[in-house]
Design a protein around this ligand. Sequence first.
Ligand code: HEM
Ligand code: HEM
Length: 180
Amino acid sequence: MKKEVTHYDWVSITLHWLSAVVIIGLFAVGLWMVDLNYYSSWYTVAPHWHKSIGLSLMAATLFRLLWKTIKNQPEIIGSGLEKISAKSAHAVIYILLFGLFISGYLISTSDGRGIEVFNWLTVPSMGELFLDQSDIAGEIHEYLAYTLIGLALLHAVAAFKHHFIHKDNTLKKMLGVNEK
Ligand code: HEM
Ligand code: HEM
């Protein structure tokens, strides 16, 4: 008989919390860096880090999805409706993330230059694929970022509701501390 999985494994837990911190960081840095003055010493440094960390997050997210398919995941706790909404919210979070990676790539590469990831490898440009690519992708990137942060906030509220109101294992299984 297959053993019931009661909590997330440490790889999933590490990737979840690391991704959460990185996403909030990218959001804050993104908002700050677009208003930087040309004479600021951060003018080129901040976007370089934003793009390098963003693309590293993309690699980590691809690995996370692969890991999710090979590793048994614990059941989501709650009614049928709650399970469906939690699963849909998780799927939408992943979709928004890929929307951000693609739009971020399109903003950065419209001038024909590739993206330098930590001065270590260059992701090549495909050039300008459509008119006003940088502006359109920039606008989409901004909307997607706000939507993702809004949804992540709701998601965190739901996790706290499970923990403090229903007093179930939802949050504990993502912290790796359930005793079962
Ligand atoms: C492949 C990954 C990513 C790349 C290449 C990338 C690239 C960029 C670039 C080039 C800008 C400047 C846009 C402009 O000058 O108008 C930007 C802005 C921004 N990015 Fe990203 N980004 C990535 C991932 C992310 C992620 C995961 C988030 C998370 C929420 C994020 C949040 C933001 C925000 C909030 C802004 C400011 C938008 C604005 O106010 O115009 N980015 N990004
Ligand atoms: C930017 C921030 C965050 C993002 C993008 C995010 C994303 C996700 C995703 C995609 C999953 C599904 C995992 C899977 O693939 O199966 C998940 C699960 C989970 N997250 Fe987050 N999360 C964030 C922040 C938080 C915070 C702040 C909390 C708690 C306060 C939290 C608590 C949980 C819990 C408890 C689960 C497990 C849900 C279950 O299996 O029932 N997350 N998160």
